[in-house]
Design a protein. Structure first.
Length: 135
């Protein structure tokens, strides 16, 4: 059930031989991801449970989910970009049906992120699901 944008990331990961190349690619995705305006880096948008600072700002439109996000850690900005590719543009009613752990496992992220980063990634997914269910 992945979006076309996420499928492109997954296809790219297939061609990257080792985790260091994949790690660099995630960082590059983060560098290319638009930064969140500082005015939105507020406690209400901060994701708890992340080792670094993370903010997710939901911006649903026409019944579809979208968000902006940012982090003070480049790898986490990249993970936000990956999550954006996974969720952006899908109907709000479908957000809870996305099997994020399975989709992210396709990228091998589960095997190479520290436990703190994995917990933070789960916290971001939980925030996305919670937000979509309230809108």
């Amino acid at each position: 059930m992945a979006t076309e944008a996420f499928e492109e990331i997954a296809e790219t990961f297939v061609f990257l031989d080792d985790w260091e190349d994949r790690y660099r690619h995630v960082i590059d995705l983060g560098k290319a991801f638009p930064p969140l305006d500082d005015s939105f880096k507020v406690p209400a948008l901060k994701v708890q449970g992340c080792a670094s600072q993370v903010w997710l700002r939901p911006i649903p439109s026409d019944g579809r989910f979208d968000f902006q996000g940012d982090s003070d850690a480049m790898i986490v900005r990249g993970l936000i970009a990956v999550l954006h590719a996974l969720y952006a543009g899908i109907p709000l009613s479908e957000v809870a049906r996305v099997d994020a752990p399975a989709e992210l496992a396709r990228l091998g992220l589960n095997d190479h992120l520290s436990s703190q980063r994995s917990n933070g990634l789960r916290a971001m997914v939980d925030r996305i699901r919670e937000t979509a269910s309230r809108v």
